[in-house]
Ligand binder design. Sequence first.
Ligand code: GDP
Ligand code: ZN
Length: 461
Amino acid sequence: MELDTIAAISTPMGEGAIAIVRLSGSQSFEIADLLFKGVGGKRIKDVPSHTIHYGNIIDPKTEQIAEEVMVSVMKGPKTFTKEDVIEINCHGGLVSVNRVLQLLLTHGARLAEPGEFTKRAFLNGRIDLSQAEAVMDLIRAKTDRAMNVALGQMEGRLSKLIQKLRQEILEVLAHVEVNIDYPEYDDVEEMTHHLLLEKAAFVKKEVEQLLRTSQQGKILREGLSTVIVGRPNVGKSSLLNSLVHENKAIVTDIPGTTRDVIEEYVNVRGVPLRLVDTAGIRETEDIVERIGVERSRQVLKEADLILLVINYSDELTEEDINLFKAVEGMDVIVIVNKTDLEQVINMDQVHELSQNHKLVTTSLLEDQGIDELEEAIASLFFAGAIETGDMTYVSNTRHIALLNQALNAIDEAIQGVEMGTPIDIVQIDLTRTWELLGEITGDSVHESLIDQLFSQFCLGK
Ligand code: GDP
Ligand code: ZN
């Protein structure tokens, strides 16, 4: 299959000292040679692969210098797309980058569709589908830890595990095949049933294990949705400010992410918190008063983490007590704030109301207790193994859906064997499991799905 040559700006739009225009395809070197004048008159097609060259992009029509550039020359297949790739490093400035791109487009290249470079890497067998999706997640990753999950996936951790499971299923299918071909041997049937149950149980266990990581994976990817509640004036805004200041919001403008996200992401000791934008938080401030306990309970239920703030220098009020009731059974950290002031609150009552919630005392005014609060958040969500970061997490919605379907199919296969269902029916469930797992890595997916997936990518990736 001969693909045309595509071009796009592959660095974020806007300022930035350097902007890169990327070309990929069999015509890349030819097109570059039409426009690039290197020092000493070197031709791109003659230089060694994986070298960088200084020179100018010249508009052939006017013979004017369009831009002073560094050109990276990379011969396929040792490139991201496996095709011949040219990267033109411009000094930036939207105008000059666009001028270079326009010249490429009028000299034989086509503007790349969103995600098309990654799509090519997939089509040319450089990466599998779950790795391609990881590239997309990486572009969108909002915290360090989410970045690690995406990186792990890109290295093929999930792919390898899925391949192993599919291999196990194939082995069983081979036995089933023998069984169907030679039904007269009793011991073959015995063996097949035995093996089938054993392998199916193994696959089931692994898929369940993967699905268990998915909740954590989602949190890593999207951040814990965190709501700060408390009656007016207890220090909610101060708390938000401390959290944002102490933990610089991580990635709001990595290449390719949209710039109009309003949510505040902070990384607290590796736990990504998604604090709703200040306007949203302000709205929830008087939530109990405004909409009543029943309704507020509903709103709070959607949060992953509640930070409930009360005032050390004041009596507990009816409103405080209602808030405690509203967050019963949720992940809550109770923050007793304003400890720099004289104690009025009855701590025995606070302990009683808090039950098994974590309890932290702070003076946000004097910067006291923030460490303990961060510690509490971290230990609440990342106790134990998850710290090591070398597990395989599933965080992609499509993968989770496929794993769930695969789990159903394997369950049906197991039940089938246990109930003495004819082996060729069991075979159907096994084959389905095998196919569903294959869709995760893209070994069995439809063309339209591929198009849909890649169109979600950012331009130039
Ligand atoms: P919110 O209404 O719950 O958002 O409370 P704010 O964060 O706006 O704080 C209300 C007032 O309490 C402000 O004047 C803060 O400066 C003050 N405040 C916040 N935390 C503390 C604290 O730890 N000690 C003292 N003394 N004042 C605080
Ligand atoms: Zn406030």
